[in-house]
Write a protein that binds this ligand. Structure first.
Ligand code: NOJ
Length: 627
């Protein structure tokens, strides 16, 4: 296909996989229906004309950046017309553990590996098939382990390699699998590679990172911003050089263009896989290929672009020129020989980009976590707003229908980087149980692999933090300082932090409340507040729904069919030759007249079970029928 230029039309742009993703996101942020592209008046518009029309909203550079991105992707997916393949990871229910706050066996104030091992029966009983462990490697903990100092060593806070081996062995003995976190977009600045690179500009390690020599150190090499506030560059006066970090100042970006670095990463992955680990969740894996170091062209602060991309510079690495090549290579060299599983964390990617990374014919990744469902259009994580589940219905129906049988979705609402979804949907505590049941029911009956985040099954909601003293997370602390610098009052800034802080997801799980508070305060990285109560009703709901999913492969593999998607309603069907399920949901807090009426009810929000009439769907009620 020829390269697109400003003379190309909107229709031509929309026909390319990447162009479609970008325009879909843009339409979403602008509140415009996607169908608008079918209107010839729009599809025949030249990009140059759009550029002139959109002068106030979009930079000229925006068009340049999009054209570059679109033209760099030459691959197109052929239609996938085979039946969907069966894989253990499509059938599994995953459970994410954030080790620091999961279970503290030695009562030193920090969760540990022995704690996890002691809870394996609990997880098995819940119905979990596979565990994803957030990082447990040696780290100075600038970003709670996402800054790795030694990839082959266990963090002493969490225990020893023997503790890990025991955990892995017991997990397998109980018939479960275990995947680790692979954090290789960056390493800690305390990693020996970075230390050698800094000390000697002729060392081989120097090229493992993004160093730029500069005698003066006045202006960073470009305007890229860090996701954790401020410039993405550190200046090292002793080396007279800058080095790139798109996350914290201690998380230095690795240069994947260096073949030796890629080999080191692949050897390390193989080393863990040889130990018997079943796969990896791959941290911001779509950021590994960086396109030289040009200035970012999409400035933060512009509402439209802010919602679309977020951070200056990101367009030069969120879908970089060698991304497919590097993923394919890592898969060939490490994952495939071990038949290991991979799920990539891929912020910012649209559906087509995700398809190109996960289609099973391409040998890159098995699955990705895409994030567009986590906030409704026009909002970012730090906004205090009410999440409208109508958006989730539209988002998920679109993916279920168009992602394709060669790709497979992950299904999740929460993780260690986000406030709890139930709290975003409603701040009415009386409604949480119903919302949590609804979320769990959709997660276990939609087509994809569920990832439960620790505490979801206990009915945990956001924590009512009282002040910045209780906040330990580097992202929140830096953002708070930035907000104050920009003129917000302490109260205003704290309110923003409270809405979006990752700390909500990182509080100690309630079973730790047997640890006396004075012990809980021993580590400066461990929150000191009391955990919430476990809601056993929700645990029972999870058990029931997980069991239902396991007993019925129809709920795993059968196609998804949307039966009704009108306001506040979500009715869908999962049917094949073995069974037929219809799921009816009320996505709002106002009662709705039920549309499905049948004696074949197999699950209903327990809270409403005593309600004898089936005529009305109560607030956030969900019903599952086996018809
Ligand atoms: C994504 C991880 O989930 C997050 O916790 C971390 O801070 C960044 N990547 C940087 O590693």
């Amino acid at each position: 296909m020829n390269d697109l230029t400003l003379k190309s039309t909107v229709g031509e742009l929309y026909k390319t996989p990447v162009g479609k993703d970008v325009l879909d996101k843009l339409f979403l942020q602008l509140g415009v229906k996607k169908g608008i592209v079918k209107n010839p008046l729009v599809s025949n518009l030249k990009l140059d004309t759009v550029r002139k029309l959109a002068k106030n909203k979009l930079d000229d550079d925006f068009f340049e950046a999009i054209l570059k991105l679109v033209n760099s992707e030459k691959d197109v997916l052929e239609k996938y017309d085979k039946p969907v393949t069966k894989e253990w990871w499509k059938e599994a229910v995953f459970y994410q553990i954030y080790p620091r706050s999961f279970y503290d066996a030695n009562k030193d104030g920090v969760g540990d590996l022995k704690g996890i091992t002691s809870k394996l029966d609990y997880l098995k009983d819940l119905g979990v098939d596979a565990i994803w462990l957030s990082p447990i490697y040696d780290s100075p903990n600038d970003d709670n382990g996402y800054d790795i100092r030694d990839y082959r060593k266990i963090m002493t806070d969490f225990g020893t390699m023997e503790d890990f081996d025991e955990l892995l062995q017991k997990t397998h003995e109980k018939g479960m699998r275990l995947i680790m976190d692979l954090v290789v977009n960056h390493s800690s600045d305390e990693h020996e590679w970075f230390q050698k690179a800094l000390a000697d500009e002729n060392s081989p390690e120097r090229d493992y990172y993004w160093f730029v020599k500069d005698e003066e150190g006045k202006n960073p090499p470009n305007n890229w911003l860090s996701f954790f506030s401020g410039s993405a560059w550190n200046y090292y006066p002793e080396a007279k050089a800058w080095a790139l970090h798109i996350f914290s100042k201690k998380q230095m970006d690795l240069n994947w263009d260096n073949p030796d670095l890629r080999k080191k990463v692949s050897d390390m992955v193989s080393w863990w896989l040889d130990k018997g680990v079943d796969g990896f969740r791959m941290d911001v894996i779509n950021y590994i290929s960086k396109e030289a170091l040009p200035d970012g062209t999409l400035p933060r602060g512009n509402d439209v672009i802010g919602g679309l991309i977020g951070f200056t510079g990101v367009e030069h690495y969120f879908y970089g020129p060698n991304l497919h090549k590097y993923l394919h290579e890592l898969s060939e060299n490490a994952f495939a020989p071990h038949k290991a599983f991979s799920v990539g964390e891929t912020p910012g990617l649209g559906m087509n980009m995700c398809r190109l990374m996960t289609d099973e014919r391409r040998g890159e990744l098995n699955m990705v976590f895409s994030f567009d469902q986590l906030e409704t259009p026009g909002h970012v994580r730090f906004d205090d707003y009410k999440y409208d589940l109508n958006y989730y219905r539209d988002y998920i129906s679109d993916w279920m229908t168009n992602y394709g049988d060669g790709c497979w979705m992950s299904l999740f609402y929460d993780n260690h980087d986000n406030p709890r979804m139930a709290s975003k949907v409603t701040d009415n505590p009386d409604m949480h149980e119903a919302v949590q049941t609804l979320l769990a029911a959709m997660q276990m009956t939609l087509r994809g692999t569920p990832f439960i985040f620790q505490g979801d099954e206990m009915g945990l909601v956001n924590y009512d933090f009282k002040s910045m003293d209780e906040i330990t997370d580097v992202e929140s602390i830096n953002l708070y300082d930035e907000l104050i610098q920009k003129g917000k009052t302490a109260d205003e800034a704290f309110k923003i932090i409270l809405a979006g802080t990752r700390e909500h997801a990182r509080i100690l799980l309630p079973w730790n409340d047997k640890i006396p508070p004075e012990d809980r305060m021993q580590s400066d990285k461990t929150p000191t507040f009391l955990p919430q109560d476990i809601r056993e009703n929700i645990t029972e709901v999870y058990k029931k729904l997980i069991a239902l999913r396991k007993e019925n492969p129809t709920l795993i593999y059968a196609p998804f069919e949307l039966l009704c998607g009108s306001k506040n309603r979500f009715i869908y069907k999962r049917a094949d030759e073995n069974a037929s399920f219809t799921i009816e949901c009320n996505l709002s807090d106002a009662p709705l007249r039920a549309k499905i009426s049948s004696p074949d009810l197999i699950f209903r929000t327990p809270k409403y079970e005593s309600d004898s009439s089936m005529k009305m769907l109560n607030a956030y009620e969900v019903r599952i029928y086996r018809l």
